[in-house]
Design a binder for this molecule. Structure first.
Ligand SMILES: Nc1ncnc2c1ncn2[C@@H]1O[C@H](COP(=O)(O)OP(=O)(O)OP(=O)(O)O)[C@@H](O)[C@H]1O
Ligand SMILES: [Mg+2]
Length: 462
């Protein structure tokens, strides 16, 4: 059997060689033709030069000659890289990257541009029109891009059995001087890929994942909260942003000390002070997905492990209202009757230990945020230094927070009622959520601020 199977292989090889030889011949023919064409074009160019010398005024000659020389050098020393959209069914990642990269380089002086918008929430994408050309300069070298659309004959590919025999396929061509071939392959193309990746990261739609059973259920995260719209004390905001910044830049540091690249924040404060808004602002700022873990829905360590393993890097794990999560466990304890004896109970400390173990071996750029309305109800073990890296107190609305909200909702920086409002706002306990609600009651800033003032006076009287 073994012997027999050798033959087809040999035969195959021979056929392949024959195929190659004939392909080589064809190439040679083509090459010869190209050289002849180039030679005749070059001859025509020489003729053109003579004609120009004879007929064109002196002032114009230099310009025309330089154009002709450009054309000739292109004919002789131009190198072109072709980037097809797809190979069979598989799309070409270089093509995708090139398209993304080019759309960031479009300029309106181009004669023809394509615009596209497929999703209501997306911004309009501008791209190159077929047969249009643009020049991109990298490291002082010109790279000319062209986009082409052509029909691909499907009948030549036995995989296709479509009624229509052709299909349109796009490709990009990058042309440049031959002497920059190394630059093109070693620097320029990698640069294009890298830029496209970071553009895609920026444009990526964030997702909010919620646990359902032992898996995550994702939806688009469209929370508008950002650090600009967040109404908290200015100093606190700067501290949080600086902390995130340092965390993001410490890849090497975490590697060196052999610890998991993660950071934990405990957010505590009354309802409506912006804890959830801060989590959304962090996600939007860092472009991290949010994994919202409902502990009450997690039965047993196996499920928990599956969920944690199923998280992606560059993400924020959030456990909201952890005091309630703990309460629930205690109530179960008190009842003493666990319906399923195999069920292991999950405590917050258990969860944190688990995460430490898991994330130190896998996982990078992970953030965990715990939120609570009652810090004093928490297990002291959870508050020990090292468990959560930063404790953030979200509190009632202060003067600065009020000004941020007034600007967010009414675009007012100063107003005759500000003095009175600011005098009261430091004295009464009003949450940013309450202030926001008052400010939203009317489109008229005067009316809204008057309403807020009344609320503050009522609160003071109580
Ligand atoms: N600090 C804030 N800055 C801007 N908006 C805020 C702030 N706090 C509250 N808000 C507004 O109030 C709404 C509720 O706030 P948020 O859900 O962030 O509060 P929370 O602290 O998470 O409350 P809870 O403890 O009830 O979960 C937000 O959608 C936002 O409009
Ligand atoms: Mg909340």
């Amino acid at each position: 059997m073994q012997r027999a199977s050798k033959f087809p292989r040999l035969k195959g090889k021979k056929l392949a060689e024959v195929g190659m030889a004939s392909a080589d011949n064809k190439m040679l023919e083509k090459y010869k033709k190209a050289v002849t064409t180039a030679a005749s074009v070059a001859a025509s160019l020489m003729l053109a030069r003579t004609l120009i010398n004879d007929l064109v005024p002196y002032e114009l000659r230099d310009l025309l000659f330089s154009r002709l020389d450009g054309l000739r050098s292109r004919l002789y020393s131009e190198q072109t890289i072709v980037i097809d959209q797809a190979e069979g069914h598989a799309s070409n990642l270089v093509f995708d990257a090139a398209r993304t990269y080019l759309s960031s380089r479009m300029n309106r002086s181009m004669r023809r541009l394509r615009v596209l918008k497929l999703d209501e929430h997306e911004t309009m994408a501008v791209s190159m029109a077929p047969d249009e050309e643009m020049v991109d300069v990298f490291d002082g070298v010109e790279f000319r891009w062209r986009m082409l659309c052509h029909e691909v004959d499907r009948s030549s590919n036995s995989n296709y059995y479509y009624s229509s025999a052709t299909k349109s396929q796009s490709s990009f061509e990058i042309s440049f001087h031959q002497k920059h071939k190394d630059l093109a392959f070693d620097s320029y193309l990698p640069f294009v890929l890298e830029r496209a990746k970071s553009i895609k990261d920026q444009e990526r739609k964030l997702q909010l994942h919620m646990n359902e059973g032992c898996s995550w259920c994702p939806i688009d995260l469209r929370h508008p909260s950002t650090f600009d719209t967040l109404a908290i004390d200015q100093e606190l905001k700067s501290t949080i942003m600086a902390d995130l910044e340092r965390f993001m830049n410490r890849r090497e540091y975490y590697r060196r000390i052999g610890k998991a690249w993660k950071r934990g924040y405990l957010l505590y404060g009354p309802p409506g002070t912006g804890k959830s808004s801060l989590v959304a602002a962090m996600a939007n700022h860092l472009k991290f997905d949010i994994y919202d873990l409902e502990l009450a829905e997690v039965y047993g360590n196996t499920t928990l492990r599956q969920l944690l393993v199923g998280m992606s890097n560059r993400s924020i794990l959030v456990v909201e209202d952890i005091d309630c999560a703990i309460d629930l466990q205690k109530r179960d304890d008190a009842a003493g009757s666990n319906e399923n004896p195999d069920q292991e109970k999950i405590t917050l400390s258990g969860l944190l230990n688990f995460i430490d173990g898991l994330w130190s071996t896998s996982g990078e750029e992970r953030i965990i945020v715990l939120t609570t309305n009652y810090k004093d109800r928490l297990d002291p073990a959870l508050l020990r230094p090292g468990r959560m890296d930063m404790h953030i107190h979200m509190s009632y609305c202060g003067t600065h927070a009020f000004r941020v909200l007034a600007e967010n909702y009414h675009a007012v920086k100063e107003h005759r009622l500000f003095a009175e409002i600011e005098g009261l706002i430091g004295e009464v306990e009003v949450t940013p959520a309450e202030v926001a609600e008052e400010l939203m009651r009317s489109d008229d800033a005067d009316v809204a601020l008057q309403g807020l003032l009344q609320l503050l006076i009522r609160k003071q009287d109580h």
